[in-house]
Design a binder for this molecule. Structure first.
Ligand code: ADP
Ligand code: MG
Length: 693
């Protein structure tokens, strides 16, 4: 029997092959897809608005007599009608009209129309209203319900989408087709959720007295109910993923002490209490034959790399390989150098799988990885490539997780041996608030490095308007003369790499001219990898005093001697990015300064961001503020990665639901495990991929 989950849409009236194709483009294949394809907004066509009451911005149904019609030959030819209903006037303007329309739309005719009023040259105007000519003596009904406006695509207009939705809604009440209520009674009752069918009905066909504002803001109980179910499904999906992975076997990495102890002794610093605690948690996980799934959160500069190094040594001591994946080539190169320096005395071989390795060199390296001599392999997502085969991969470390999605982790996992899953260590500097973490990382255990190494001094952060640029350059001059090193970060929003590179080159030339006798370097995304590394290496060695950079240095770059950071156009960057960039200084014991150069006038949001940054250096506080200002999509970096993509739910709008959803997930897993599979099937499109785990 076809139910909503399986009935193909071509069984509906009006769906031929062409329409089916367009529907497919919106991801709509079966009846259920259509039911969950929710309106973006609504129009109120339930009553006729007297023209005398019309204001600019109103979207209304009107009924009036055409008093005058004329063709205007302006910049664009248009047909202009002046219509009145006795209470007031409005102009109707058509840019596209044919002979037939022109002949029908004449003075004396009556018209019923719908459209949005805007201010025009001669009072209010409606451009291209939907209309029909009417007989004023014949009563013509108005809509009984609010009119939904659906997300559309070329070839699918609103009337068609509406007719299809209506056909789907009719089947809501037909027991043969109605979508199954998947939430257990107890959950519905506990969290005061509307039954599914009621919620769908209300969202698609809200009665005229519905509070439009709540429907559009997501506060409406019908939307809350649907968002709740989707978030719950997502949560259950991640937990199930976790359970599945935990059923696999991982190599128990029990040998560690000697190598790790020697390593810690060679470090020029002692580990912080937080680093020790987190390392111990990781060590205990690794010693088990169940795959570790652990997220290490630690603010910029908190020293996550050492924790990763210790884990990979434990792996090495136990005879398995580690893959360390970084989000950028530059960062992978830096990790490679750090680990090589640290591990050389311990005779642990570190390999770097750079994107520019070619031909024989690459083949030789792949052979060392395949034979197991390369114990720790550092790279970017290039590590996923098919020709990379590990002899015995036991641990994968993913740095700066917010740049990667669940899928990448799964892909790397597949590099483990047959019947053996590598342990996973994920590191992030994005200190996301707890409720969000529970949602986005429900499959991971979390450790937090909540302490910075001793001796770090707070970074002085100042905001200075662009017009005082010369003064800033003078200050840099003095500072560099005193032996300090500085970054100058060029940013352009939405600019191409080419433009950005150009801007950085120009700035570098200007600064070199303004700072005679000082060595100015340049690094940007369009430079050859070797040139980038060279610039970075010379800066690190102190041969360059000022490094002009684009945001390629945003994450992870570690030059402890650099103590001055200048960020151009700081008003245009988000808090998280500014925090990351600022985190490139203050990594040693030298007092550091961060200058936020901005252009006036500042928007209110920009002002709020800059002052937050001046007030605090605490990544968690900044993330909370960021969440208020921008919403979770940005905070999690999901915009770029598609880490969490919801159909109906919106993490910002529905943040208050998250703790409830977490509790509900617990309860479903315990008392109603049979609900999990159908919920995943309904909501989690990637279900297939996860289930291959
Ligand atoms: P992040 O957490 O941002 O990745 P890193 O691991 O790059 O931080 O560490 C930042 C800097 O602090 C590095 O130069 C590192 O060598 C240094 N560092 C790490 N741990 C300590 C410590 N316990 N004491 C002093 N310096 C440390
Ligand atoms: Mg780091």
């Amino acid at each position: 029997m076809p139910d909503t989950a399986t009935m193909p849409l071509n069984r509906l009236k009006g769906v031929g092959p062409k329409v089916a194709e367009h529907l497919e483009r919106l991801g709509l294949r079966v009846l259920q897809d259509l039911l969950f394809h929710l309106p973006l907004r609504y129009q109120d066509r339930t009553h006729i608005t007297p023209l005398g009451d019309l204001r600019a911005g109103d979207e209304v149904v009107f009924q009036a007599e055409i008093r005058a019609a004329q063709i205007i030959y302006g910049k664009r030819r248009s047909l202009l009608l002046r219509v009145s209903d006795g209470s007031g006037f409005v102009q109707l303007r058509f840019f596209h009209f044919n002979q037939v329309q022109q002949q029908a739309l004449v003075a004396g005719a009556y018209i019923r129309g719908f459209g949005e009023a805007r201010r025009g040259p001669q009072g209010l105007e409606i451009t291209h209203p939907e209309y029909r000519l009417i007989d004023p003596g014949q009563p013509l009904p108005v809509a009984e319900r609010l009119t939904p406006i659906y997300p559309a695509t070329e070839g699918l207009n609103q009337p068609l989408l509406r007719r299809l939705a209506e056909q789907a809604l009719v089947r809501l009440h037909d027991p043969r087709y109605a979508p199954t209520e998947l939430l257990p009674e107890s959950i519905l009752a506990q969290w005061h959720l509307l039954p599914l069918i009621e919620a769908l009905q209300a969202v698609h066909q809200p009665p005229p007295d519905s509070a439009l504002a709540t429907l559009e803001s997501g506060a409406h109980p019908a939307l809350r109910r649907l968002a709740f179910e989707e978030l719950l499904a997502f949560q259950l999906g991640l937990r199930q993923l976790r359970q599945r992975i935990r059923q696999h076997r991982a190599p128990a990495l029990t040998a560690h002490d000697a190598l790790c102890t020697r390593f810690v002794q060679t470090l020029p610093f002692t580990l912080t209490t937080a680093q020790l605690r987190v390392s111990a948690e990781v060590r205990a996980d690794l010693a088990l034959a169940t795959p570790m799934l652990r997220l290490v959160q630690g603010d910029v500069g908190s020293g996550k790399t050492v924790v990763a190094a210790l884990a990979s040594l434990q792996a090495a001591a136990s005879g398995v390989q580690t893959a360390l994946m970084a989000p950028t080539e530059l960062l992978s190169e830096q990790h490679f150098q750090t680990l090589q320096r640290w591990f050389a005395p311990l005779a642990v071989e570190v390999a770097w799988l750079g994107g520019r390795l070619k031909g024989k060199t690459r083949a030789a390296l792949l052979a060392r990885i395949a034979q197991g001599q390369a114990t720790v392999v550092v790279g970017t997502h290039a590590l996923f490539q098919d020709d990379i085969v590990f002899a015995n991969l036991g641990l994968m470390i993913i740095d700066e997780q917010h740049r990667f999605g669940v899928h990448q982790r799964l892909a790397l996992r597949a590099k483990g041996r047959l019947n053996q899953t590598p342990h996973q260590l994920v590191m992030t500097a994005t200190p996301i608030p707890r409720t969000l973490a529970m949602t986005a990382y429900a499959d991971l255990d979390v450790s937090v490095i909540d302490e910075l190494p001793r001796g770090r001094q707070p970074i002085d952060t100042v905001a200075i308007p662009e017009r005082r640029r010369d003064e800033v350059i003078q200050r840099i001059h003095t500072a560099l003369r005193e032996g300090r090193q500085a970054y100058w970060v060029c940013t352009l929003i939405d600019a191409s790499e080419v433009l950005l590179a150009q801007a950085a080159e120009d700035t570098a030339a200007q600064l070199a001219a303004a700072l005679p006798g000082l060595r100015v370097g340049l690094i940007h995304g369009r430079m050859k990898a070797a040139d980038k590394e060279d610039a970075m290496a010379r800066f690190k060695a102190g041969a360059l005093q000022l490094l002009v950079a684009t945001t390629v240095i945003e994450v992870g770059v570690d030059v402890p001697n650099a103590s001055l950071m200048i960020i151009e156009n700081a008003e245009r960057l988000g808090l998280a990015q500014l925090h990351q960039l600022r985190g490139r200084v203050g990594r040693g014991e030298i007092k550091s300064t961060c200058v936020l150069l901005y252009r006036s006038p500042l928007s209110e949001q920009a002002r709020a961001r800059l002052s937050t940054l001046r007030e605090t250096q605490d990544g968690f506080a900044i993330a909370r503020r960021d969440l208020e200002l921008r919403g979770p999509g940005e905070v999690l970096g999901t915009r770029q990665t598609g880490l969490v993509q919801f159909h109906i739910a919106d993490l910002a709008r529905d943040a208050a639901l998250l703790p409830k959803v977490a509790l509900a997930a617990e309860s479903v897993l315990q008392h109603h495990p049979e609900c999990v599979a159908p919920l995943l099937q309904r909501w989690v499109r990637q279900g297939q991929q996860y289930s291959e785990v």
